[in-house]
Design a protein around this ligand. Structure first.
Ligand code: ADP
Ligand code: MG
Length: 702
């Protein structure tokens, strides 16, 4: 029998546990495992042996280079390749890789965003091996490269990347949750980790057409474009049959991901035309984060092989759904208990209710910074724009848990609503057991069985931010809980009191209704829940006293590090909008306006030649079109001139928050003014004259 392709390729390019067990001497493997389990410092002798085994394995697989693979604040990964060639002066090349090279790297850090943490002359930055995330091989035109996942810090130890705070937050939540577990008598629990399963949405468009759209090339989204005659109104794309070309892409994508040990599991068409989703099986937060970065990179790479382009932007097309990333998150002990598993009778499951109330409190208290963690310039087009989740953070618990919370608040918990049987009314169909709770697609933070699903995150973003924020928030609440409960003389009554007090105080954040409705906006306001409208408005919450004290208390980020991240966020916003504005200026000035001029000229020519040939002929159609198009053309030209002026002015606005606000309030508005007449013209102008592929071409012709 042929072996299945998954079995053949899975983990082939990963220096995983199995390989290590085979390649390392027994005692080294054992102490290596112990180091990992206990989170101890790595012994340099062990590092040397591991490095040697890693090198041998990589060379066997054709690697010529290695790289410290890291995730600077750009949001994409970075790598600097070194060959294994050693400087030894021998006639034959010597291939070497020491423990030191494995553990530490030193890329010039001066060109990565640091938000003022380092002046450019203080260029030193270090990459440090994250031995909890396995090394892997990447193959491209440059050959095979051994990639070593690393954290990236400045000379003075400040985090310059997305991984460092995530690792710190995992330690923080573990420490506090272990304390709680001890109180419940689980002395065997030594470590707690966060499990994360990110669902990734994306669009696929034909690459030849993509290459004709400068907006897609430079900004990742269409900055112009009239709606196609058909959008997503028939709901015929969602879960629809997958087209051949897309299916071929997905097959190829899966194989590449499996090779990297990524548990690619689910694939389907999404709501918008040309939109799709991939979901892996969940793994530990930092591995899930590394893997999601790889997923995005591999998607882009594999798409090109099929002459497709993969768009990861949050809103590539106006008028149809954008893309997000659902971050499924839970907390699990090293003994295998999922702390967010309610069990059959959640009302009796005090441990679960305590962790649940910690999450409820954390989300209510730190809603603003949680919202920020899921925000970027692209996501401004989604959050609160009647698709995907609203910008208001609320928690959906479902009927069963909401009922329990209400019982707790009232003071007497005695029952859990149970799932019933599903009656389809057809006898040949099997009788299905229903979940105790239906889903709610409009909630940003939904309890889904044994985990929370945070649905705000933008599709192009690293999942690190939402996870380290969540971990830290929950760790901070658990610390207070543990402090209080450790002092209690009667644990049982203290814990029940604490749960009751917590859910009563934070019940306002629970909402099971329609998150897209206007009623909810008003209701949320009455409840005093924050409604932070945009990314730029959310950034200051990163440096509020409340946020700083939480991150500092949990040793995840210092005030200085948070300030630098706020700076970087403002900068990212300004730069993104600046690129978009400049792209619009370029396209309008060099493509749209000249094409429209050609078209109106052709109308004028037509009127003249018809009038010459037959003075009595009716040219009212041409005349009407000519008048209308010329007037819109003039409107477009004026909007273009305005946009140019306002974009130029932005450079004089002081950097940081002020400039970002200027881009949001002035430049962004001017961009919309330019888009409007051009999109209207697109509906009028002869298709032959239109300089770029349309929404219909891009969305329906893969
Ligand atoms: P849906 O689209 O219905 O929400 P999917 O199957 O597409 O569901 O995605 C669910 C995601 O949640 C998967 O990545 C899955 O591995 C992940 N998941 C399941 N259980 C857990 C858990 N305990 N912790 C974290 N993630 C989980
Ligand atoms: Mg989902």
């Amino acid at each position: 029998m042929e072996t299945n392709v998954i079995e053949q390729v899975f983990g082939k390019d990963v220096f995983n546990d199995e390989v290590m067990q085979a390649k390392l001497p027994k005692d080294v493997y054992k102490s290596w495992k112990k180091t990992l389990e206990n989170g101890d410092d790595l012994d340099s002798d062990i590092a040397n042996v591991v490095a040697h085994a890693m090198k041998e394995w990589a060379l066997d697989h054709g690697a010529t280079h290695y790289t410290h693979w890291f995730q600077p604040m750009t949001g994409v990964t970075a790598e600097k390749h070194d060959s294994f060639l050693s400087p030894a002066t021998k006639s034959k090349p010597v291939l070497e890789f020491s423990g030191k090279e494995l553990i530490k790297g030193e890329p010039d850090a001066s060109s990565f965003p640091s938000g003022g943490l380092r002046a450019t002359f203080e260029a030193r930055g270090y990459t440090a091996w994250d031995c909890t995330s396995p090394a892997f091989l990447q193959e491209d035109a440059a050959g095979v490269t051994l990639c070593i996942p690393t954290a990236f810090c400045s000379y003075t130890g400040e985090a310059l990347d997305k991984k460092t705070p995530l690792l710190r937050s995992m330690e923080a939540i573990s420490k506090q949750a272990v304390r709680i577990m001890k109180l419940f008598g689980y002395d065997d629990v030594k470590k707690i980790s966060c499990s994360v399963g990110p669902e990734q949405e994306y669009f696929l468009v034909d690459r030849d057409k993509y290459l004709q759209r400068r907006d897609l090339i430079f900004s990742g989204r269409t900055l112009f474009g009239a709606p196609a005659p058909k959008g997503q109104e028939l709901d015929d794309h969602y879960f629809g049959a997958i087209k051949e070309r897309v299916a071929a892409f997905m097959k190829n994508l899966n194989e590449e991901l499996w090779k990297l040990g990524i548990l690619s599991k689910t694939q389907h068409n999404e709501v918008a035309p040309a939109q799709h989703e991939m979901a892996p099986i969940f793994s530990t937060a930092n591995i899930a984060t590394d893997h999601n970065q790889l997923v995005m990179e591999v998607m882009k790479k594999v798409a090109k092989r099929h002459n497709l382009e993969c768009l990861l932007h949050e809103k590539p097309f106006a008028g149809v759904n954008g893309s997000g990333k659902h971050n499924n998150w839970s907390i699990v002990t090293d003994t295998g208990i999922n702390l967010l598993d309610p069990g059959k009778k959640p009302h009796e499951n005090t441990k679960f209710l305590l962790f649940l109330s910690a999450v409820i409190k954390a989300v209510d208290e730190h809603a603003e910074v949680l919202r920020l963690s899921a925000s970027n310039p692209g996501n401004d087009h989604r959050l609160g724009a009647n698709e995907a989740p609203p910008a208001i953070i609320s928690i959906f618990l479902g009927e069963q848990l909401e009922d329990i919370i209400e019982q707790i608040v009232k003071g007497d918990v005695s029952s859990s609503i149970q799932g019933s049987k599903l009656d389809t009314g057809v006898h040949v169909l099997p009788v299905l057991k229903k979940d105790a709770t239906d889903r709610n697609r409009t909630s940003p933070f939904a309890f889904t069985g044994n985990k929370f699903e945070f649905r705000m995150l933008g599709s192009s973003m690293s999942i690190s931010g939402v996870n380290f924020t969540l971990n830290t928030m929950v760790a901070d609440v658990l610390q207070d809980f543990a402090d209080e409960l450790e002092k209690a003389s009667d644990f049982d009554s203290a814990v029940n009191d604490l749960i009751k007090r917590t859910v009563t105080e934070h019940q306002r954040v629970i909402f099971n209704g329609d998150g897209y409705s206007d009623d909810w906006v008003a209701e949320a306001k009455r409840r005093g829940l924050p409604n932070v409208k945009s990314f730029v408005e959310a950034i200051p919450y990163l440096v509020s006293d409340k946020t700083i004290s939480m991150f500092e208390r949990q040793s995840v980020l210092t005030k200085v590090e948070l300030e630098s991240r706020a700076e970087i966020n403002f900068e990212i916003y300004s730069k993104t909008i600046n690129i978009e504005a400049k792209t619009m200026i370029d396209m309008a000035g060099k493509q749209y306006i000249p094409s429209i001029i050609r078209y109106v000229t052709s109308l004028a020519d037509s009127i003249n030649s018809i009038a010459a040939a037959c003075p009595s002929a009716d040219v009212s159609v041409q005349t009407e079109l000519l008048t209308k198009c010329s007037s819109l053309l003039a409107q477009a030209q004026k909007a273009l001139t305005d946009l140019e002026a306002i974009t130029a002015k932005a450079a004089d606005v002081p950097e940081g928050q002020e400039r970002a606000l200027f881009f949001r309030n002035s430049v962004f508005t001017a961009m919309n003014e330019l888009r409007e007449p051009i999109d209207e013209l697109e509906m009028l102008v002869d298709q032959k004259f239109w300089p770029v592929p349309t929404y219909a071409d891009l969305l329906f012709e893969v």
